[in-house]
Ligand binder design. Structure first.
Ligand code: GCU
Length: 596
């Protein structure tokens, strides 16, 4: 009896403790982080690997930064010889952490000189998956979701001199999580992107939206949002090259709507024109480069700047395959984008989650149109309130970060979710949220269900009525054999909307060869034939407005267990993990070269 009582109390304490430390949520983050005044907190962070999470459950005070000396018989300590690189996933930094999915504690001591009238924020570009952040033993807050930024204001919490930041990061999969338990990529955990100490003025320009009005080629519409005590201010937007100097006044909430009519040089893949834009208020000034383009649909066509365009796409994960790790640098981003350019692409699906801001901004400079997606992937608990809230939050964060990126033409709310009433109504609500935040772009999702009767494949899903563009993942010739000859297949859709084949692909181990028929799976010849057949079939789809091979480059996955052909790699890349071109690469390149 006494034991049961003790256990109950222990659970209650742990729960209250959790409630105490997890109640605090991360704040809305400021946009345009690359151009803010800041100090990078990247580098080596001390760490403690905590496989069974005792730091919270047992020792309860690990976040308390207890001094590491022999008088304190604490059974843990941060020491300078035990570190991890930040940014960087922890799985690829130590062999024993290869598929690790639990807790790692990080610690960094920062030296701060407080300045009058200045505010300080800890800004994380992304941490996978759950992070609890402490400053000088005080809880700042938590964030859940591995692919979007979050920040905490520390102005009144930081002290002059040394301050200890401690973060508990846990990447354990969660049934109610987004993503949930099953997905075909390595669940790289840790502080996977840049960390910044950002300094702002007391009242600063926190957020803005500066893009062309939907369907307009010359009207800029949007808003500017201030954060601070002085919310009523005169603001201006200057675009010197276009001789724009627009002024307005914020309302009592610090918000100013903007509407500017001006003929501009429009951004497009062949002319990725970006303008220097300076946004000023009485107490702050920020600038960046923004492109202007209009994107819409007309029946089954996708219309860019008033002209139909075919999306020559490719998918890729945010992985540095040559390092078998999460990608996080500008160079990593450049590498993938150069590869996509060599393949002849004008469009990229950054699967299946918002990738690094480097990828999005570089893609824009290089002239790639983008499909961005939140990891609402396959088996999501749509019936769970927390899950739906989380999906909405990730969507809001993705749009908040990238709404000024003209390269992003499509927001995607999910990938391959099983059609049923709850799923459809939740996804429709996500589509609505998208349109409320940003009605200038197209909204889509990647489906994978279709009806098959004889040689007729019919696209049908109640969700489609809410979408602008249909995304369809189909693996005819790989997961599903060619039951009908590719040239005889007829795709049908009862929706007068553009279709993008958002995924198709087959596996091949680079350098493994076989005959050119469907028998030699895993061979380059098999994949080559597969692509020829897919292109034959796709050319016959009258409402096809884009296609996206799965995938650009082999990537790691804990699902891929064949010891010879896979060895924990998904081999559907057109390139091997070292970047070598497989035979299918040339088939896709030749096809894209035919599409002007
Ligand atoms: C799915 C999924 C991808 C996965 C691919 C595959 O369609 O969206 O994430 O990697 O198929 O099976 O290779």
């Amino acid at each position: 009896m006494r034991l049961v009582k003790a256990l109950k109390r222990f659970c209650l304490i742990t729960m209250c403790f959790f409630a105490a430390i997890t109640g605090l949520k991360a704040q809305d983050f400021m946009v345009n982080i690359p151009n803010r005044s800041q100090i990078s907190l990247n580098g080596k962070w001390e760490c403690i690997i905590d496989p069974v999470d005792v730091g919270i459950k047992k020792w309860k005070s690990l976040y308390k930064d207890v001094p590491n000396n022999k008088d304190h018989r604490t059974e843990y300590a941060f020491i300078s010889s035990n570190t991890l690189n930040v940014p960087g996933d922890f799985n690829s930094q130590r062999p024993e952490l290869k598929f690790y999915e639990s807790t790692v504690w990080y610690k960094k001591v920062i030296n701060v000189k407080k300045k009058k009238g200045k505010r300080l924020f800890l800004y994380f570009d992304a941490v996978n998956y759950v992070s609890d952040v402490f400053l000088n033993s005080e809880k700042l807050g938590s964030h859940e979701g591995g692919f979007t930024p979050f920040q905490f204001e520390i102005t009144n919490k930081v002290k002059d001199g040394e301050n200890a930041i401690i973060i508990r990061v846990n990447n354990r999969r969660q049934k109610e999580g987004v993503p949930a338990l099953g997905y075909d990529w390595v669940n790289y955990g840790g502080i996977t992107r840049d960390v910044r100490l950002v300094e702002t003025n007391e009242t600063f320009i926190e957020d803005y939206f500066v893009q062309l009005k939907k369907g307009s080629g010359k009207r800029i519409e949007g808003y500017i949002q201030l954060n601070g005590s002085k919310l009523l201010q005169k603001i201006s937007i200057k675009i010197p090259e276009a001789k724009i100097n627009h002024t307005a006044t914020t309302d009592h909430k610090g918000n100013a709507k903007i509407s500017i009519d001006k003929k501009l040089e429009l951004w497009s893949p062949s002319n990725p024109k970006l303008y220097r834009v300076i946004i000023q208020s009485e107490t702050d000034s920020i600038e960046e480069h923004i492109g202007f383009r209009s994107i819409s649909t007309n029946g089954t066509e996708i219309i860019l700047n008033g002209q139909p365009i075919f999306l020559k796409g490719v998918n890729f994960h945010e992985e540095a395959s040559e390092r078998a790790s999460r990608a996080y640098t500008k160079e990593d981003a450049k590498k993938h984008l150069n590869m996509a350019q060599e393949l002849g692409c004008n469009f990229i699906r950054t699967a299946h989650y918002p990738q690094n801001e480097y990828v999005v901004r570089l893609a824009e400079e290089m002239g790639f149109m983008l499909w961005e997606e939140i990891p609402v992937f396959q088996g999501i608990s749509f019936g769970n309130k927390k899950t739906v809230t989380l999906a909405n939050k990730q969507l809001t964060e993705m749009l908040r970060r990238d709404k000024n990126r003209c390269a992003v033409i499509i927001w995607s709310v999910s990938n391959e979710t099983y059609p049923n009433h709850t799923r459809t109504s939740v996804l429709k609500s996500l589509v609505d949220s998208c349109r409320v935040i940003d009605n200038t772009r197209l909204v889509s999702t990647a489906l994978n269900k279709y009806e098959k009767k004889g040689n007729v494949f019919t696209i049908k899903d109640d969700l489609i009525e809410a979408l602008d563009v249909i995304g369809m993942n189909q693996y005819l010739g790989w997961y599903n054999g060619w039951t009908v000859s590719p040239e005889d297949i007829v795709w049908k859709s009862e929706y007068n909307k553009p279709l993008i084949i958002s995924e198709f692909g087959a596996e091949a181990l680079y350098g493994h060869h076989g005959s050119n028929d469907d028998t030699s799976s895993w061979s380059e010849e098999f994949q080559e034939t597969f692509y020829r057949k897919q292109i034959t079939m796709q050319k016959n789809i009258p409402f096809l407005s884009g296609t996206c091979p799965w995938t650009l480059i082999d990537f790691r996955s804990p699902l891929r267990l064949h010891p010879i052909y896979q060895d924990y790699w998904n081999r559907k890349g057109l390139l091997s993990e070292q970047g070598y071109r497989k035979k299918a690469w040339y088939v896709m390149k030749a096809y894209y070269d035919t599409i002007k």
